[in-house]
Design a protein around this ligand. Structure first.
Ligand code: NAP
Length: 364
């Protein structure tokens, strides 16, 4: 394995570097007396890092790097795109990024992260990345994908998405991208808030939608997945349809409850219970995500509507249960009073009846 990264400097004596066409080599040419003194024989640098026949070190180093390192282009350099980029850079992959707007100075953000930023998608694609990751808002994915100049990419490029819904990008990739491209749908089930202390033990779901049979394609996909494995994620292979069923119950529900609680403007108290603290951290974990993201979870997962309805029904049923209980208590009190009233009446009336209507004073 090539371990050296020292630049090789080759030094060639000047006399040996004179070509055959040089007048110094041609016996038929008469040499004129030099007007200046001939410089002493010196050593001159003729080439730096030029590959020489038999110089396998650079070649092997290059092959080694290509077999382990990836050139990853992130399309959509928002909150989550930047979050992913940090870890890709940490793993020594070369990371490029593109974002539709320059409302924020993304190039500055990128530079700090060690990412090469492009304002123009054509320039990004001309870099021939191994992997292109779509990391845009769910709602914008279709227009972004259709506008990408994919003809400038290599034919075997691996397309990955990290959208929080899965059936939608799967279908879109199959519809829009050329058949030569490899397709991998993934969902890291965490974000900048929930994974601020690392990715260890967090779930990462993927479906290999279309990966070419060649060894190089399979290994490129595995190298990409390996990043999440090395970070300690629980990497789960699952179909996109199954993901959406589970995610509507778990993720969409979490975000919905988090957003409802956020509207209540809950505040920490001096006597927080553990449960209440969990609620506060749920608000923290969900409120920084864009509404665009939440809307995408609702709109682009066909199972979300059903979950929303179940949530309303559950709330209604709980309310009924509470109010029903309250009603029972009130009614009981009401009737008890009435019954108590009736029985005292009885106590008054009974002696009267016993004495054939004649009024007999009660002893009480
Ligand atoms: P987001 O609001 O879902 O997406 C923001 C990104 O989308 C930005 O790059 C934004 O560009 C771009 N975008 C928005 N509207 C666009 C449009 N009309 N045309 C082109 N680009 C547009 O927030 P995010 O948290 O960064 O999420 C990005 C993706 O990652 C989403 O698909 C989300 O489902 C997925 N994801 C997020 C998390 C998370 O925890 N945040 C976790 C897993 C997966 P501008 O900066 O120009 O607005």
């Amino acid at each position: 394995m090539a371990s050296s990264c020292v630049h090789h400097t080759r030094i060639t004596p000047l006399s040996r570097s004179i070509s055959n066409s040089s007048p110094f080599r041609n016996p038929n040419l008469r040499l004129r007396r030099p007007t200046r003194p001939i410089p002493p024989r010196i050593l001159r640098i003729r080439a730096i890092d030029a590959a020489q026949p038999g110089d396998y070190e650079a070649l092997i180093k290059d092959q080694f790097e290509r077999s382990t390192k990836l050139k990853i282009a992130i399309v959509g350099f928002g909150r989550f795109g930047q979050f992913l980029a940090k870890t890709f850079v940490k793993h020594d992959h070369s990371v490029l990024a593109y974002n539709r707007t320059s409302r924020i100075d993304y190039s500055d953000v990128a530079r700090k992260l060690g990412v090469l930023f492009f304002d123009d998608p054509h320039d990004l694609c001309e870099q021939h990345p191994d992997v292109v990751i779509i990391c845009t808002a769910i709602t914008a994915t279709e227009s972004v994908l259709k506008a990408l100049p994919v003809q400038r990419l290599r034919r075997s490029t691996l397309f990955v998405d990290v959208l929080s819904v899965k059936e939608f990008p799967r279908k879109l990739f199959l519809q829009v991208l050329p058949v030569e491209f490899d397709l991998l749908c993934t969902h890291p089930m965490f974000g900048p808030d929930s994974a601020k202390n690392g990715w260890k033990g967090l779930n990462f779901m993927y479906e290999k939608v279309r990966i070419g049979e060649e060894e190089s394609r399979a290994s490129r996909c595995d190298r990409f997945l390996k990043i999440f494995e090395l970070e300690g994620c629980n990497v789960v292979e699952m179909s996109c349809a199954e993901h959406d069923r589970h995610a509507a119950e778990s993720q969409f529900m979490t975000h919905t409850v988090g957003r409802i609680l956020e509207k209540l403007k809950l505040e920490s108290t001096p006597i927080n219970t553990k449960g209440y603290e969990s609620l506060l951290s749920l608000v923290d974990n969900t409120s920084s995500d864009s509404f665009e993201l939440y809307y995408g979870l609702f709109m682009y997962n066909k199972n979300s509507m059903e979950q929303m309805e179940r949530l309303f029904m559950a709330f209604e049923s709980l309310k009924k249960q509470l109010f029903g209980h309250l009603h029972d208590v009130l009614r009981k009190q009401l009737f008890e009073n009435t019954e108590a009233g009736e029985s005292s009446q009885e106590k008054i009336m009974l002696p009267k009846l016993l004495h054939n209507g004649s009024v007999v004073e009660s002893r009480e």
